[in-house]
Design a protein around this ligand. Structure first.
Ligand code: ADP
Ligand code: MG
Ligand code: ZN
Length: 627
């Protein structure tokens, strides 16, 4: 049923009328004593006082907050029979009451009924109003496409289907650290500004560019910057907004979007999360989605439907190009792909530079130190980091952001909220040994990342944390580096075993063991780093719609499976032995460091190394060289 104003009025009028009478019947029985106690004659207050003095007044009933009285009096003037007379009383009656008491007059006050009458009136007026408002609310709700079941009502209606920004206000200077991607687009900007220079030589500018990269790397920002640089309008819509419950809505939105864009050419159309509509068709898992396919077809049709040089450039963003329908990637559609990667050290410095522009950083803060500490951070993470630091600074009522606040923010972004430190107890001591175990093994291995700090202040799920300064280049990792990491990860459990004994080890190492197992397994099945040989035993061609584990296929016999398990065990065994050895050999240092850690709760890397070096030489880290 389509709910229109006509039906609405049709229904609401009788409801209103009926409810009005119900209301009257239930709630407004106007039983007003004053009215039923009608006195036909009246007298003035002065005369009433005279009557009172004469002793003719028998009884007084007060009404209306003491403003009105019905007086029963007997007197010669009244024909010597009791009569009811109405008297209007002046505001203050206390003296009157005293008087009445003295004269021994029967006095009664009746609670005022007048206010109830007013409320009745107000209620009578308001109730239908509430009813109308309520109905109107329901009516509007059912017309709002964003709210649940009412969606049917909005069928085919176009609300704000896409955003249009006449001026994005973003320029290339606001985008940092992804220079290659930016260069790709400089040409596009030139085209949007002066298409003649291209058309004159018969060049065809790509209609569609696909930005591929992890979340938060600046894809949306870059698209906006292109529009901003070229000074053209920016139309944007997200793929997930296309996919509606009702067939045909997505397609009509695509049509609308392109129609509006053509009217405003030259311009940029930005489709975020294009994978929501642009997934490979017919992948079957979970059933086909006709609506999505229709939307996709419409999108393809629209992209084919305008000439390359009309001045519309469609930019789409996704974090997985691998699942896109191949039809989307054909020439004339999104035939150009631009990768937007997580920034490297230089990129991070540049992004920090951009976001530090409007922040009051202390002179002592060096952005390159922050960049060094944040490998793997995306542009959005870095922006968030500086913002967190600024908030923290404001909370501390400081004038400028110092490295302290930035460090605290990094820790928070990486490991979660800070908890309250444990009180001194056996478990605190055990955690201290566990963390120092990680830290000392990590420090004494040449191929391990250096310790940045050890702390007993809980964060997120962790009760204590050992931070390592990661090396910049995480893409090529050597066998000895992986092994060093496994040993370091086992250092915590090893310390527990040596110090407290096998019976006392805790569940605290479960996360470490998970990582250890995963690293050892990958060494064997993926990196060819065991004596099974350089074989890739687990293909990573996982079906993106099945989830990671499920789609991975094993390409080996049961015999090999047994070998794999043996190899994994051997690697872990070897690394565990090595970790135990390091702990045993350095027990004196460990005890001293644990005492210090329990006292101070945090030891930074410098101090940590300084103490260790008093006892034993620390191998020079290979990592330092290339950072
Ligand atoms: P994506 O679309 O790739 O998920 P966004 O463009 O929405 O990422 O980035 C979110 C925010 O993070 C931006 O508004 C910006 O403040 C910041 N940001 C991300 N990447 C960069 C970058 N390369 N340079 C500057 N700021 C960035
Ligand atoms: Mg985005
Ligand atoms: Zn641990």
């Amino acid at each position: 049923m389509k709910l229109s104003w006509k039906t609405f009025l049709l229904w609401s009028l009788p409801i209103m009328v009926i409810s009005f009478f119900l209301w009257q019947g239930f709630l407004a029985p106007t039983n007003n004593d004053l009215q039923s106690n009608v006195a036909s004659s009246r007298m003035t207050y002065g005369r009433f006082l005279e009557y009172l003095d004469m002793g003719w007044v028998k009884r007084v009933d007060m009404y209306d907050n003491g403003h009105t009285a019905i007086v029963e009096a007997v007197g010669p003037e009244l024909g010597n029979r009791v009569q009811k007379i109405r008297v209007e009383l002046p505001a203050s009656v206390p003296e009157l009451i005293v008087k009445l008491k003295k004269a021994n007059v029967d006095l009664d006050a009746h609670p005022t009924k007048n206010t109830t009458a007013i409320w009745n009136l107000v209620g009578n007026l308001l109730f239908p109003l509430f009813l109308i408002a309520g109905l109107a609310f329901l009516f509007r709700r059912s017309n709002n496409p964003t709210s649940g079941p009412g969606q049917a009502m909005s069928f085919g209606k176009s609300k704000a289907l896409f955003q249009m920004e006449a001026k994005t206000g973003v320029v290339f200077d606001d985008v940092a650290g992804i220079d290659e991607a930016k260069e790709e687009f400089e040409e596009v900007v030139t085209f949007l500004k002066q298409p003649e220079s291209f058309t004159a030589v018969g060049a065809r500018i790509p209609k569609g560019v696909l930005l591929v990269g992890p979340p938060g790397t600046g894809k949306t920002l870059l698209a906006k910057a292109i529009a901003g640089e070229a000074n053209v309008p920016f139309f944007s819509i997200s793929g997930s907004e296309f996919v509606e419950m009702f067939v045909g809505v997505g397609a009509s939105r695509v049509r609308d979007l392109f129609k509006k864009a053509k009217e405003n050419a030259p311009c940029i159309i930005f489709i975020d999360e294009i994978d929501a509509v642009g997934r490979q068709r017919g992948t079957g898992v979970g059933g086909g989605n006709d609506e999505r396919e229709q939307t996709l077809n419409q999108l393809l049709t629209e992209m084919d439907g305008f000439e390359g040089n009309t001045g519309i450039i469609v930019i789409a963003a996704t974090n997985r190009a691998d699942i896109l329908d191949s039809a989307l990637l054909r020439p004339g559609r999104f035939d150009r792909q631009v990768a937007v990667e997580v920034p490297d050290f230089k990129g991070r410095s540049a992004i920090l530079d951009v976001h530090a522009r409007n922040k009051k950083l202390d002179k002592s803060v060096s952005l390159s130190i922050i960049a060094r500490r944040t490998p793997g951070f995306s542009g959005a993470d870095l922006a968030n980091l500086l913002n967190e630091a600024a908030i923290l600074t404001a909370r501390k009522r400081k004038q400028t952001i110092t490295l302290n606040e930035i460090d605290a923010s990094i820790d928070r972004v990486v490991a979660g909220m800070e908890g309250t430190p444990l009180i001194d107890s056996k478990s605190k001591r055990l955690i201290a040994y566990h963390e120092i175990g990680h830290a000392i093994v990590g420090t004494l291995l040449k191929d391990h990342d250096p310790v940045q700090k050890v702390t007993l202040i809980p964060r997120g799920q962790a009760k204590g944390l050992t931070w390592f300064t990661p090396s910049e280049d995480q893409s090529l990792i050597s066998r000895s580096q992986i092994k060093a990491r496994i040993m370091g990860a086992l250092g915590g459990r090893a310390a527990e075993e040596i110090v407290f004994g096998d019976a006392e080890v805790t569940t605290g190492a479960s996360n470490d063991l998970q990582q250890v197992t995963s690293m050892a397994r990958q060494m064997v099945t993926k990196f060819g780093m065991s004596n099974i040989g350089p074989l890739s035993l687990e293909s990573e061609e996982a079906n993106p719609f099945l989830g990671r584990g499920m789609g991975a296929s094993s390409e080996y016999s049961d015999e090999v499976a047994i070998k794999i398990d043996k190899q994994i065990q051997a690697i872990v065994q070897e690394c565990h032995d090595k970790a135990i050895e390091i702990i045993q050999d350095n027990r004196v240092i460990i005890d001293r460091l644990v005492d210090l850690l329990i006292e101070k709760e945090t030891i930074d890397g410098e101090q940590f190394r300084q103490i260790i070096s008093e006892y034993t030489p620390i191998p020079e880290k290979r990592m330092y060289a290339n950072v």
